[in-house]
Ligand binder design. Structure first.
Ligand SMILES: [Ca+2]
Ligand SMILES: [Ca+2]
Length: 103
């Protein structure tokens, strides 16, 4: 920074060392999106995959819901579509016939 005026008052914090600034820069590097891990099947975004989410998907597939609160997690078989297959998979997951999502 080319500052022609040499003022020693530019650094008023003599008591505090500038070390906390370097740590603050390092913080945002690990998570750029700041979003937590995607929980597939959690359609209503309450961090639980349960019958409520099945209800949400049913309503969505029946056209009673135009949008899902968390549409990216509804495609549990990762085929780019949200349809009855995903509903079946979600049901099976809740019944513990599927151990993990997405499949
Ligand atoms: Ca949920
Ligand atoms: Ca799908």
């Amino acid at each position: 920074m080319p500052t022609p005026t040499h003022k020693p008052t530019s650094m008023p914090t003599t008591t505090h060392k500038p070390t906390p600034i370097t740590t603050a820069i390092c913080v945002p590097t690990p998570t750029p999106t700041s979003s937590v891990e995607i929980l597939y099947g959690d359609l209503n975004n309450d961090n639980n995959v349960n019958s409520t989410d099945v209800t949400y998907m049913k309503r969505f597939l029946l056209g009673r819901l135009n949008t899902l609160p968390n549409p990216e997690v509804a495609d549990v078989n990762q085929d780019g579509k949200i349809n009855s297959t995903d509903l079946t998979i979600l049901r099976r997951y809740i019944l513990r016939r599927i151990s993990s999502l997405p499949i």
